[in-house]
Design a protein around this ligand. Structure first.
Ligand code: GLN
Length: 538
């Protein structure tokens, strides 16, 4: 193996939402299963410094890393597929690149020079990419957000063009993901948009080494040949990525069948090694053939119209179902709907209820209704972050005798702020990157549902919140049947609450969904799915 770290750049053409993240993650898995250490990174061309301040409607979920970065949801795919741990280095935006350059300019760091997109911004982009080399990876995969031809992605593509020259073609390989639209009216699969996106790349000075074609229907030999001819890509390097039938986890298997991973390794002049997908194949077989029955889970949230807003939650639920060999059916419920309708209408026939994280008052009372419905009907309940805060408010309002209990986030004047602002947050002014973020340890009470699920008493989970369980209410809420089963090691922060009078009622201040992987389903999600299925059997 050569000494140089290899770089695979993944760009996209024709349209956004092609599944570049899943493709990058799938390729990373294949390279890893051929014995290489991989690291993944996403470069996003927008000007927000990170997605932390963006609405989930704009951007989907904000994925949080162990080291506390608020990042793009594609990093979730990277971690789930390739089993890697992403860091701050795994996501850069134009905003982050520009703010570094502008700060340096204010400090006089450019010694009187004119600061320009080329070379100063492009140099900073190259630095961000090369910074991944000290992660110990043999191969760094860098996905470029946006679509070829976007004005704002051009500095990124220019930086990649330069890097290919700096590093040499055997160390910098380009994969271009593109779309072949299928025209129903004429029954034809069209290659022109793909030819044009490869053309845009060529005009920038980048000839893709590999062309990966997203398509709904199977490609014919003529399509491969045409694309090869017009895009300057050898026939063998035109790869079909057809929609998969049952599970996104089939994508790597399909790409491997076409030898995409071998092709990339050959471009890198690296030994092909053997590909070991034994565990992955077994997991996919379980995912597509659930043989123990069905389980119906309701997710009650505020951004239900956009499934990407809860990406990791849905994925973690599916991992729990794969683990339990169950067919998962998720009912997405807008929390506000529960405020105007009989909850039984919306939640009837449901085996388990999950209230995920969130911000802002809209829908809060509906989420609390969902907790109450789960509690009244002994339906397994899983609360996450805001969902844990709702579970706390539910006990306060309906069982502890504080009918106006609330979180200070939603009612600054409440007489019973059972959820209050964390001390360290009291002087925080800026919104971006200032929440309690990233992995913190938590100590679980022996014999609690959470402790039994994890099979451990000390765990580490990722956080993203400003508010917390108000310690002044510990005693009152414990008397009302809420058990505080997970605390920070100093005992000061309540991280997990449970109701022992209930079949399975566990709510956590952290976000376990970020650490769940298909080959390593999160124990709390598995336990929740298991309890939901058992409850249904009774
Ligand atoms: N809005 C709540 C807080 O800031 C919960 C955050 C969340 O659910 N991620 O504490």
């Amino acid at each position: 193996m050569g000494d140089s770290v290899k770089h695979l750049f993944i760009t996209g053409g024709v349209v956004s939402s092609l599944g570049k993240g899943i493709t990058a993650a799938s390729v990373a898995l294949l390279l890893k299963q051929r014995g290489y250490r991989v690291f993944l990174q996403k470069l996003d061309p927008y000007l927000n410094v990170d997605p932390g301040t963006m609405s989930p409607f704009q951007h989907g979920e904000v994925y949080v890393t162990d080291d506390g970065a608020e990042t793009d949801l594609d990093l979730g795919h990277y971690e789930r597929f390739a089993g890697v741990t992403c860091t701050r280095k795994s996501n850069y935006t134009s905003g982050r690149i520009y703010s570094t350059v502008l700060q340096r300019e204010r400090q006089g760091g450019y010694l009187g020079g004119t600061v320009q997109v080329v070379p100063h911004i492009t140099d900073e982009i190259k630095k961000a990419i090369l910074s991944c080399e000290d992660t110990g990876a043999d191969i760094v995969l860098t996905e470029i957000g946006g679509t070829a031809g976007d004005i704002e992605s051009s500095p990124f593509l220019e930086a990649l063009r330069q890097l290919r020259v700096d590093l040499g073609p055997e160390n910098a390989v380009f994969a271009h993901l593109t779309l072949l639209p299928y025209l129903n009216a004429s029954g034809e699969l069209k290659t022109k948009p793909a030819q044009q996106s490869a053309g845009i790349m060529r005009s920038i000075g980048i000839i893709p080494d590999v062309l990966i074609c997203r398509t709904e229907v199977a490609m014919e030999e003529e399509h491969f040949k045409k694309l090869s001819l017009f895009c300057s890509v050898p026939r063998a390097a035109v790869i079909e990525e057809k929609d998969v039938k049952n599970s996104i986890y089939e994508v790597p298997i399909e790409l491997a069948k076409q030898g995409l991973d071998s092709l990339i390794l050959r471009k890198f002049h690296l030994p092909e090694n053997e590909l070991d997908l034994t565990r992955w194949n077994a997991m996919v077989a379980r995912a597509v053939n659930p043989d123990r029955g069905k389980v119906k889970i309701a997710v009650v949230g505020k951004y239900m119209a956009l499934r990407d807003a809860y990406k990791s939650i849905f994925e973690a639920l599916s991992h729990g179902a794969i683990d339990q060999r169950l067919d998962l059916n998720v009912r997405c419920i807008e929390a506000e709907e529960l405020q105007n309708r009989d909850p039984a209408e919306l939640l009837g026939g449901i085996d388990g209820i999950l209230v995920p994280g969130g911000f802002g008052y809209r829908g809060l009372d509906g989420k609390i209704e969902a907790v109450k419905y789960a509690r009244d009907n002994d339906i397994p309940f899983f609360g996450i972050c805001l969902g844990m805060q709702c579970a706390t408010i539910d006990t306060a309002r309906y069982l502890a005798g504080f009918p106006d209990a609330n979180s200070l986030e939603f009612d600054p004047d409440t007489a019973h702020p059972v959820i209050s602002l964390m001390d360290e947050q009291k002087n925080v002014v800026n919104k971006g990157g200032t929440m309690r973020l990233g992995a913190y340890p938590c100590i679980l009470e022996e014999g609690s549902k959470a402790q039994k699920a994890y099979g451990a008493t000390e765990v580490s989970e990722r956080h993203r919140h400003r508010f917390e369980f108000n310690n002044l209410y510990r005693e009152a809420l414990e008397q009302a049947g809420l058990r505080l089963t997970g605390l920070s090691p100093d005992g000061k922060l309540v991280e997990v609450v449970e109701r022992p009078d209930h079949r399975w009622f566990v709510a956590v201040q952290f976000h376990p969904e970020f650490k769940s992987r298909p080959l390593d389903p999160h124990p709390l999600f598995s336990a929740f799915i298991k309890a939901s299925f058992q409850g249904k059997q009774k």
